[in-house]
Ligand binder design. Structure first.
Ligand SMILES: [Cu+2]
Length: 586
């Protein structure tokens, strides 16, 4: 095992972050010209790789300063992110995780197929790692690709995460000249418990916009569409947009690229003409990012670690917990900005690809904030409403109409079943006609003049894991009460719900209906989720499936892993609020 002596780099790195801290905060708001990294700094702001089969990981507290304020972070081997672990498919890895915190901790290996007692979820897989204790994870590595690891609780928000890359046993499908791992995260100076408390007390605190969408639906029901729309016009004139895009925003978050605030400008090197593989990981607690590199085409070759038919785009949205591998071919001897805007446009993570250290390119303006469209609130019904030519008020300058033209109207009329448990105080809306299409890039990306990746573009090479048609279907609704910050499946939060039972050996179809106005990245532990197209054919194998507002998606699960598994929204505070179920496979 190559142990990485991190003492020296850590010291300089800390000084580096501190020196830039105030700039970092300002630059994340686009107020300050970023400075460029020197060669010495370049080596300091890189990920720290560890290779081999045995890994010593120490979880502790380290001082950090991303914003001008000294804070204590939860770190692995002293850094944020934790070390870049490089495994090889077919080998057995041993991970000795030592807890030097005064509280219990744990690490979950995200998207990794492993025995249930190695999955690292306290209460399901094991009791957790007590203070002073070392837990030894050991399992064979069955798969390859780009993944990550993290704490499955609030310590994730304070820094307990890191990147993970597994080399395929048969070698990489694509020859490249070099690669960079690019991990995106959201940092807050606040204590995550306080942040969660703030959300529970006032769900729109970080949002700066009225959570008007549920009220809008209510208005339509009670007053009719026209009156509801004119009321909405009034809101728009008052500049109060129904922008329920993210409930935690750049107001508290500083967005990091490989542990660097925007001004620290993480830099990855290349030589002109090289093929460069970029392994993007969204390790955020709450933030979706829209990623582009002005001047370069992005050829997406893998999603969630699994190779897909290459597809070339200008931009992609990466949900919390997703990974995308892209290949770029910079032809010019110049710098390129890696730009990852948060979905709600309250800030961005930023870095640079450059032939030499110290170069930088222009940082683009963020696209304007957009409002939720009718399709986001009413699904297929909203699509119909748009086509009937209703004036959507302030939306005509947004992305609504063009987006609907870009979407197939060929949605099926399959009925939805709202569980009895959905009729309670924990649920403030139900979508009766969800949209089934998967070719919508999502709010803020529709008709932006760029070619944006959608799930419809993703086709896993080699087809599905199980050739059988699914023999059984489970329908679950993603539910919430925005104002009370309640999040659940079928109106039942984790504490109230019985575990879901999957039968070992079965091929199952899971259908998710999003009865909320937020996008939820849904993650099943232990087994793959194989997304289907609207016509029911296999589309793409993933570990995290992002479900847009008022959307219905289906995916297949080859139930081949016995035990107790976590199944949840990967937005940290939604999971904490109860959008979580235990799955029992027996
Ligand atoms: Cu969620």
């Amino acid at each position: 095992m190559n142990t990485f002596n991190n003492r020296q780099p850590q010291l300089s790195r800390r000084r580096f972050v501190q020196g830039l801290a105030i700039g970092g905060a300002a630059a994340s708001l686009g107020l300050l010209r970023a400075r460029s990294a020197t060669a010495a700094e370049l080596s300091a702001n890189q990920l720290r790789p560890l290779t081999g089969t045995t890994f010593d990981l120490t979880i502790g507290q380290s001082p950090v300063n991303f914003t001008g304020r000294a804070r204590s972070a939860t770190t692995i081997n002293g850094g944020i992110p934790g070390p870049l672990l490089r495994w090889k498919q077919g080998e057995t890895v041993t991970l000795k995780v030592r807890n030097t915190l005064p509280v219990p901790t744990s690490i979950h290996w995200h998207g990794i197929l492993l025995p249930t007692d190695m999955d690292g979820v306290p209460g399901l897989s094991f009791p957790g790692i007590s203070p002073g204790e070392t837990f030894v994870y050991r399992f064979p590595v069955k798969q390859s690709g780009t993944y990550w690891y993290h704490h499955s609780g609030l310590q994730e928000q304070t820094g307990l995460y890191g990147p993970l890359v597994i080399e395929p046993a048969a070698g990489e499908r694509h020859n490249v000249d070099r690669e960079h791992v690019i991990m995106l995260n959201d940092w807050t100076d606040e204590d995550p418990m306080d942040l969660f408390g703030t959300l529970k007390k006032q769900s729109d605190f970080y949002n700066f916009a009225e959570p008007t969408a549920p009220e809008f639906l209510h208005d339509i029901r009670t007053q009719g569409l026209d009156k509801a729309l004119s009321k909405r016009r009034m809101w728009n004139q008052m500049r109060m947009s129904p922008a329920d895009l993210a409930d935690v925003s750049g107001y508290t978050y500083t967005f990091l690229m490989n542990g660097n605030a925007p001004a620290a400008n993480w830099t990855g090197l290349f030589e002109r003409g090289e093929r460069v593989r970029l392994r993007f990981i969204n390790g955020s607690s709450m933030s979706f990012f829209d990623v582009r590199i002005p001047g370069l085409k992005l050829t997406v070759v893998a999603a969630d670690g699994q190779d897909v038919e290459p597809v070339t785009v200008d931009e992609f949205r990466i949900a919390v917990a997703e990974t995308f591998d892209v290949i770029v071919e910079p032809k010019d001897d110049r710098a390129y900005t890696v730009f990852a805007a948060s979905m709600d446009r309250t800030g961005y993570a930023r870095g640079t690809l450059a032939p030499r250290a110290g170069m930088q390119a222009e940082v683009p303006e963020m696209d304007p904030r957009v409002r939720l469209a009718m399709v986001d609130m009413m699904g297929a019904m909203g699509m119909n409403a748009g086509h009937e030519g209703h004036d959507m008020s302030g939306m005509q300058h947004g992305d609504n109409k063009a987006g609907m033209q870009g979407m197939s109207m060929n949605h099926s009329a399959a009925p939805v079943h709202h569980a009895r448990t959905e009729y309670g105080p924990g649920v403030d809306m139900r979508v009766d006609m969800p949209r089934d299409t998967i070719d919508d890039p999502g709010i803020g990306l529709r008709d932006n003049g760029r070619r944006v990746l959608t799930y419809a573009d993703l086709h896993t090479i080699g087809g599905p894991l199980d050739a059988r048609e699914p023999g059984r279907e489970i329908e679950l609704h993603l539910t919430g009460n925005m104002n009370r910050y309640m999040w659940s499946f079928d109106g039942q939060k984790f504490a109230q719900a019985q575990p879901l039972h999957f039968r070992y050996g079965e091929h199952l179809r899971v259908t998710l209906v999003n009865d909320t106005m937020m996008t939820h990245p849904i993650h099943l532990h232990g087994m793959w989720s194989e997304l289907e197209s609207p016509d029911g054919s296999f589309q793409v194998r993933k570990h995290t499936i992002s479900v847009q507002p008022a959307q219905r998606v289906s995916y297949r699960v080859k139930v081949d892993a016995k035990g107790r598994w976590a199944y949840h929204c990967h937005l940290l505070y939604h999971m904490e609020a109860g959008m979580f179920r235990e799955v029992v496979v027996s």
